[in-house]
Design a protein around this ligand. Structure first.
Ligand code: UDP
Length: 403
């Protein structure tokens, strides 16, 4: 069975792999990378490519339920995560460990996604071993090297390394062209998060605990909050949480759901400011189906996440982007999102204004998603086939190098 690029129920055994001509390594380490690479891994397997799936486990605990739900088995787990590591420590460990695997496995292509330290380390490790690098979700730019940190630099550096740039949108393509990335190496494919979202929406049955939560808050305006970005840590995060607490306390027809990220900076601020407050529900990080179910039932989403900005248009949910800037202005242009900026008082003002006059909130509805149409993974795999000269499976010769 094949649903929007995600074939289900098919485990490929080694002896079944028919196309040995190309070996593709896929690397991820965080929750959003797994969500966005899952449809590509399944599409590659569907097409019988030899795939090597590597997890850095940068988000160890967050990742586990996602791999199960998305039906991904890893071939190598780098197990690099320790508490309170710096990006430098994460990067150096991945480089050292991945280098050995690259030397042994000798893939023809390594696919990395997005902008995490795992992404950068994977691209650099590939480059140093002269393995071609494909960058999924290429060309996002905030214009500020320090925000999001360290992701903006990571993605710029990966663009200097990659041989194939899979851009989600036309705007992302233009960003790459402006940095002199050759046009023939850039492909606008859409974002694979939409592929995964479509699949999840088709099979969405909220868990018992989410169904209960939704039922017990019937009639209330539900705010769904996520915040965990490094540049929000400290005073700004504390102030944002205070603003939200005060708003919920003041308005007794409003409640807040907050799946709290395991990062100690988030946990500490949350415990100090939100614990025990009425109509504020502090939750463990949710699996994807649960989170999407809550998004669907939200009155308003407040989030500093990148992925949530890409999902909101498909769900037609109003979103306040809790960041100074966004590298995804497409959601704002689609009328679904508004940028809060870095000042918590602006958040307070925006909450009040949109509570009092809810014209914008009511006007947001499902729009055609500017980030993708659910077919990005298919496009990406097709491009890989073409670039490596595998148009016809029975043809013998394959161009093994993209250099
Ligand atoms: N998400 C989830 N459960 C949660 C919070 C988020 O499944 O409790 C999903 C969300 O739908 C989105 C992704 O995780 O697809 C975003 O991850 P995150 O905010 O960690 O990273 P970012 O997108 O900012 O890189």
């Amino acid at each position: 069975m094949m649903l929007d690029g995600i074939p289900r129920g098919k485990k490929i055994k080694t002896h079944e792999i028919v196309d040995w001509r190309l070996k593709i390594m896929v690397l991820f380490g965080t929750r959003p990378e797994a969500i966005k690479l899952a449809p590509i891994i399944h599409e590659l397997r569907q097409k019988f490519f030899q795939t090597i799936v590597v997890s850095s486990s940068q988000h160890k605990e967050l990742l586990k339920p996602f791999l199960k739900m998305l039906d991904i088995e890893t071939d190598f787990d780098l197990r690099i995560m320790r508490k309170n590591q710096t990006p430098n420590e994460v990067c150096s460990k991945i480089l050292a460990k991945l280098d050995k695997i690259l030397a042994e496995e000798k893939p023809d292509l390594i696919l990395v996604q997005g902008d995490t330290t795992t992404t950068l380390a994977g691209a650099l490790a590939g480059f140093n071993r002269q393995v071609a690098v494909g960058h999924v979700e290429a060309g996002l730019r905030s214009g500020n090297l320090y925000s999001p940190f360290p992701e903006e630099l990571n993605r710029r550096l990966v663009s200097q390394i990659a041989n194939l740039h899979f851009a989600a949108t036309e705007r992302n393509r233009r960003n790459l062209l402006a940095e002199d990335i050759p046009t023939e190496k850039i492909f606008v494919t859409g974002n694979t998060v939409v592929d995964t979202l479509h699949y999840i929406l088709k099979t969405l049955t909220p868990s018992h605990r989410i169904a209960e939560l939704v039922e017990s808050t019937e009639g209330l305006k539900r705010i769904l909050l996520t915040t965990h970005r490094r540049e929000s840590f400290g005073e700004r995060m504390s102030e944002n949480l205070k603003v939200l607490r005060e708003f919920v306390e003041k308005r007794n027809d409003v409640c807040l759901f907050f799946p709290v990220h395991p990062n100690p900076n988030v946990q500490e601020a949350t415990n100090e400011i939100l614990a025990g407050a009425e109509r504020i529900f502090l939750l463990e990080p949710l699996n994807y189906k649960e989170f999407i179910a809550l998004m669907k039932n939200a009155w308003l989403i407040v989030s500093d996440s990148g992925g949530v900005q890409e999902e909101a248009p498909s769900l037609g949910k109003p979103l306040f982007v809790l960041r100074e800037n966004t590298e995804r202005p497409e959601a704002i242009r689609a009328g679904v999102a508004k940028l809060v900026g870095g000042n918590p008082q602006t958040l307070a003002k925006m909450l009040e204004e949109n509570y009092t006059i809810d014209t914008w909130i009511k006007s947001v509805s499902e729009v055609s998603n500017p980030f993708g149409d659910g077919r990005a993974a298919r496009r990406i795999v097709k491009i890989i086939e073409e670039k490596f000269g595998i148009k016809n499976k029975t043809a013998g010769r394959v161009q093994r190098s993209l250099f």
